[in-house]
Design a protein around this ligand. Structure first.
Ligand code: PXP
Length: 240
């Protein structure tokens, strides 16, 4: 069965809206673990708009599962990662104006810089995942850059409907198969919610789904425990 990584950034978004002490993404993460989350994901952004460095350090100390640190491949972030040592670094593109991560990394344009970042993280014994669109050129680029894992961007799948949705799911599936054939492990995420997660979770190559917005949105009404348990119940056993 695919594992569930719960992204708690939005809890910090609420806290930072008031520059207050609560709600704490660290408490949300611990409660998500109690409810069955298999890992906790946080994105430390250059502008620190939600998660702060202190949150990442506290999570590193407190979590009983695994910590997946999403970050841009900058010198500053690599230094922080090498110091905090998360269980996984997921490299993502970052633009200051965006509301959330808008697309995957471009391994054609940024091959050398990403390869170098991965090398440095590997020297610190940190495995690296790369967030990319379901595109064979990007998958091959990820392998060339020595990524351990690819996280396939599910944005186009979740934003499509009807026949297009089938086509987009097929693209995700083909990308997952290619990555696995090239020796990389496969995660997926972005925009997954209670209505669209099951089809992706049925793809046999996908090991972990990283989900934030929909879980935290539901948690605002039913609590994080129920929100995580409901999401877990929709993730299906692999079909092979
Ligand atoms: N995976 C990556 C790499 C992301 O950047 C995000 C958004 O922070 C997610 C997964 C989770 O996306 P969502 O909040 O839409 O579930």
């Amino acid at each position: 069965m695919a594992r569930l990584g719960v992204n708690v950034d939005h809890v910090a978004t609420l806290r930072e809206a008031r520059r207050a002490k609560e709600p704490s993404p660290v408490i949300a993460a611990v409660l998500a673990e109690f409810a069955g989350a298999d890992s906790i994901v946080v994105h430390l952004r250059e502008d620190r708009r939600h998660i702060q460095e202190r949150d990442v350090r506290l999570l590193r100390e407190l979590l009983r599962t695994r910590l997946d640190l999403e970050m841009a491949a900058t010198d500053e972030m690599i230094k922080i990662a090498l110091d905090i040592k998360p269980d996984l670094v997921t490299l993502v593109p970052e633009r200051r104006q965006e509301l959330t991560t808008e697309g995957g990394l471009n391994l054609v344009l940024h091959q050398d810089e990403l390869k170098k970042a991965i090398e440095l993280l590997h020297e610190g014994e940190i495995p690296v995942s790369i967030f990319i669109d379901p595109d064979p050129i990007q998958i091959k680029g990820a392998q060339k850059a020595q990524a351990d894992i690819v996280e396939i961007h599910t944005g186009r799948y979740v934003n499509s409907s009807g026949q297009n949705r089938e086509t987009e799911l097929h693209q995700v599936s083909e990308a997952a198969k290619l990555a696995s054939k090239l020796g990389m492990r496969v995660n997926a995420g972005h925009g997954l919610d209670y209505s669209n997660v099951t089809a992706v979770s049925e793809l046999p190559e996908i090991e972990e789904l990283n989900i934030g917005h929909s879980i935290i949105a539901r948690a605002a009404f039913v609590g994080i425990d129920q929100a995580v348990r409901e999401m877990k119940s929709l993730i299906q056993p692999k079909t092979h």
